[in-house]
Design a protein around this ligand. Sequence first.
Ligand code: NCD
Length: 317
Amino acid sequence: MIAPAPRPETPPRHLLGIAGLSPVEIGEFLDLAEAEVAVSRQTEKKKSVLKGRTQINLFFEASTRTQASFELAGKRLGADVMNMSVASSSVKKGETLIDTAMTLNAMQPDLLVVRHHSAGAVALLAQKVACSVVNAGDGAHEHPTQALLDALTIRRRKGRIARLVVAICGDVLHSRVARSNILLLNALGAEVRVVAPSTLLPSGIDKMGVTVFRRMEDGLKGADVVMMLRLQRERMEGAFVPSVREYFRYFGLDAQKLAHARPDALVMHPGPMNRGVEIASEIADGPASVIEEQVEMGVAVRMAVLEKLIGASGDPA
Ligand code: NCD
């Protein structure tokens, strides 16, 4: 019998989505992340605000960059970080999500970073455990730290988010990145467009405060930021696009289509990229691309989130 963990005096703080965050709270994450960028650029990259804290990265879905980014973020703040790989976990033996969470909870972690293939799974888990929970992507629902790192990248380059024209292009239907970005960019006053074939748009998208375009040439006209999404073939049952070649021809970002955006437009992609499917290599590696910068900002944003949620200097809830 495992004795139940004692109840914490203050309820743990979570980051489950951009939905529910105020513009002020978003700004606080971004401001702290600015300081963390400087930490990561130093030779000595270690802070001690999470000294003695335990962070568990619980990934039910394959991930390279997001998991590595959360791991580095925790380590740079001094936390003990453990990665739970789903391939070696009891989930494969039939244990449920909640059983896994309760078992880890009994080990007294301070933070669980969770990625799961079902929308809502991370919020459900957060109700069952005594520690803080960060959503690292739940199905096609939300991926809040991705939206925060995208906002940080844009803000550093353009000096603001308000009134910028941001075109989010491609597989919006399966994208938690698109959803979180639409919420965040709208909250900060950007003009958000989505550009996709009808088969890759979720129903009700027009109620999310975006303008819908079905041609890249129209959607990119005058855009300050062009955010490309990965064609998520692993989430598709049946054919959503006629062929990859045809998709690239109409929706892949190449020099011709990018020419419709502003001359100083930024090109973004959350990764992993399908070169030659949603983006041409020459654009991904070209002067407008800030894709590598997004990766760097990812570590900084995750440091800021961890520090705010469980750091010694974090404001009380
Ligand atoms: C994104 C994700 O997992 O939602 N990638 C990421 O976090 N690095 C986008 C994607 O998988 O296309």
